[in-house]
Design a protein around this ligand. Sequence first.
Ligand code: FAD
Length: 567
Amino acid sequence: MENKQKSIEGSSGPWYGAEPEIPESAPMETVNTEILIIGGGTGGMTAAIFAGRMGAKTLVIEKNATVGYYKTYNGVIDSRAQREAGVKGKIDKEDLVQELLHYPAQYDDVDRRLIENANPVDEKLIRLWVEESGVAIDILADELSEYGIRHVAETDVGDGHHGKFKIFPTHTKFIVPLLKGGPKGHVHGGVGVIEPWLVKKAKSFGVEFRFNTPLVKFVKRNNKVIGAIARKKNGDYIRIEASRGVLLCTGGYSDDHELFAKLNPQAAAVTSLYYGQKGNTGDGLKAAIWAGGEKARYGTAGLFDRGMVKPGGKAGPPFRRLGPTLGPLDAFHMGSQPFLKVNMDGKRFLNEAVPYDVIIYPLQYEKNHVCNVIWDSKYWKNIESFRLVGCCRQIPSPTKPRTYEGIGKTINRVLLARGAMTGYIQKADTIEGLARKLRLPVAQFKATVDRYNKMAKAGVDEDFGKPAKDLIALDNPPFYGVTNAGWMMHTTDGLRINEDMQVLDKEGGVIGGLYATGDVAGGFFGTNYYPELIVGVASGKTITFARHAVLHMMRGTDTVPAGSWGF
Ligand SMILES: Cc1cc2nc3c(=O)[nH]c(=O)nc-3n(C[C@H](O)[C@H](O)[C@H](O)COP(=O)(O)OP(=O)(O)OC[C@H]3O[C@@H](n4cnc5c(N)ncnc54)[C@H](O)[C@@H]3O)c2cc1C
């Protein structure tokens, strides 16, 4: 036991450090509110709207100068938009619960050995999302409809499968119009952006915001969290007491890569690229631990298989950070398509027709923790026949209105050209030429492609069982390839919470007054992130739990009379 603690904490003390002392002489403003929301991202902005519409005096403190990136793709079940689009009935709730339950796996903290059959998720939380996500999003959609924002459902599930994996139509989206006279910043790069509308809505209920005001620590009285201390831009402190409760929505720790490598070593090993919420450095997680909270013992991170690496390069820290200009466009978006994938020995190592969350972690067993994605000049036809959905979709959805356009043919072509220009994507007229450019052993790579082509013609993958539909010969030069690894977006191994989103201590007891939702809360996903094919479940559960936490804080009021809030 002692050894285990040591390996997690390292020689310089625990990863979460010590709670900061604030000198008595430090300038301190004091504020009182009913609900304090810490972090104005997906969870925080949702909670702000729910708290405001229920009449609670609410304050949001946010570390950055603006609210965080709000996910408009939300995974929910049985929402009005889905019923109207005919999705109801297509989702078997019990199937969905079981899918989320069998996904997780748990690793031993010391030697990363997989602990067989260890299930680290809390089934109660999964069922809560399944039961309450529809109503949560419907209410949000009603509130946002006055701005012309529409909540729509995706009905296209491609072939209904990704290889052997079943797809669940949980995918919905808020479509934000381009409106004249909207709040500042609601149009960005020619598209409608939701965040300024959320702020406008919350403010319409009287919710107050303090930007550039990061949480420092919680204030406790009689073992209960009664508020928090934050730091203002000028360096002074602010002490906020919240009579109904504090909701922690500070996200994970994806923006602290040292901490990420420490707590999520298996994910860090296969990551080459980072693009996530600026400022998510685990502040809320640490503060809750100082206040007695308990974090999940295993690491979980959201990784896409789209982190290009230069030929001969490796995955692992330090990660390339995507710049603000092209942002997520500057990644390899075809990474999740089931093209031929080979390791640095020029050999296949898995069935490529599996979801990205399944394909990325096996890279830890391959040289340099990367693979090479190979395609030829008929790649767009291949993408059309792969028919991937959700955030792997590249061809426009037939659903109207469109929930996700995918990158699309033209933008994809531009991105490929850019990838080639910047030295990532390689092109050659022969397989041998491509092998040399990707620094693969020529003879072995040629043999792999020949065998792959032979199996493709026969329609049977004798080596890895890839479905015939996705087994397409590489016979149309020029040939292309890129070395690829993970793009890390966020972490989800957060605090232990109960089914009312209350933060729990080491003994499983409730820490009064303290709630958590989103990535700072754990217990929902296993070590390998969330299933790609349950599209939007991370943001969908964040929104659902934000509402639930606020309802719990508001029990006994006119909006949530005692005994009536149990849904
Ligand atoms: C690029 C990308 C793509 C994604 N795609 C999907 C997807 O397709 N489907 C899906 O379900 N999920 C997706 N996610 C994940 C999803 O966005 C998150 O699970 C969700 O946003 C979590 O919400 P949150 O409120 O916990 O955190 P966030 O939305 O990250 O918000 C956290 C907020 O807290 C603030 N904060 C941090 N520290 C402090 C502090 N000390 N004091 C005050 N404020 C603080 C931050 O500035 C930020 O505004 C994606 C994430 C990224 C980054």
